[in-house]
Design a protein around this ligand. Structure first.
Ligand SMILES: Cc1cc2nc3c(=O)[nH]c(=O)nc-3n(C[C@H](O)[C@H](O)[C@H](O)COP(=O)(O)O)c2cc1C
Length: 177
């Protein structure tokens, strides 16, 4: 898909088709694309934990998401995104500047932008969820303490038409000097 069309067509989807299943190969292809993102000193601290099986998805929806997000993410694969803390933006354990682990969040966001766009290119839809229970996710998936758990991305096939929420104008957010 042409780039401008791709970024316009990617929209948050909050209802997924129960008749279609996302495969491990599809998630692998998406993460392979996300790996091309830039990162602080190429530290590549982004990590992905994909929940695909029906049994684990049911437990995840019940234990790790607030009810409203669990409803929206039904019938989708669930991908936890995290980063290895104390690495991006750090030299020998010391932060390089005031942003500290903010750079880990920054790098993960860059990875995740590619993740969302690659998913769309493959014909899949997504929902980023910041409202989630990080402690319950860590317990269920046994994610090590070295990783900061950030978002959960639902990946599936849309069962509703996409809406395009309004955006600010370019002039609102861009200044030239
Ligand atoms: C960091 C982040 C956290 C979000 N958390 C949630 C969430 O918990 N639940 C939800 O329904 N949408 C969530 N969203 C989706 C946003 O509401 C959505 O991206 C925004 O309204 C713009 O719509 P669009 O993605 O369709 O362009 C989140 C998006 C981002 C980037």
């Amino acid at each position: 898909m042409e780039f401008d069309a791709l970024i316009k067509e990617r929209r948050s989807i909050r209802q997924y088709d129960p008749a279609k299943t996302v495969t491990a190969d599809q998630i692998s292809a998406i993460v392979t694309a996300a790996i091309e993102a830039p990162s602080w000193k190429n530290s590549q601290t982004a990590r992905y934990h994909a929940v695909l099986s029906e049994e684990m998805r049911a437990r995840f929806l019940q234990q790790c998401l607030p009810e409203r997000n669990a409803k929206k993410a039904e019938h989708a694969a669930l991908v936890v995104t995290s980063f290895v803390k104390g690495t991006a933006g750090f030299t020998q354990g010391q932060p390089d500047n005031e942003c500290a682990d903010g750079w880990g969040f920054y790098d993960l966001g860059l990875h995740n932008a590619l993740f969302l766009l690659k998913a769309k290119e493959l014909g899949l839809d997504t929902l980023v969820m910041g409202l989630r229970d990080a402690g319950a996710i860590r317990d269920l998936l046994k994610i090590p303490e070295e990783e900061t758990i950030v978002s959960v991305i639902a990946v599936g096939y849309a069962a509703q038409p996409a809406v395009h929420p309004p955006r600010k104008s370019t002039e609102d957010i861009l200044k030239f000097y």
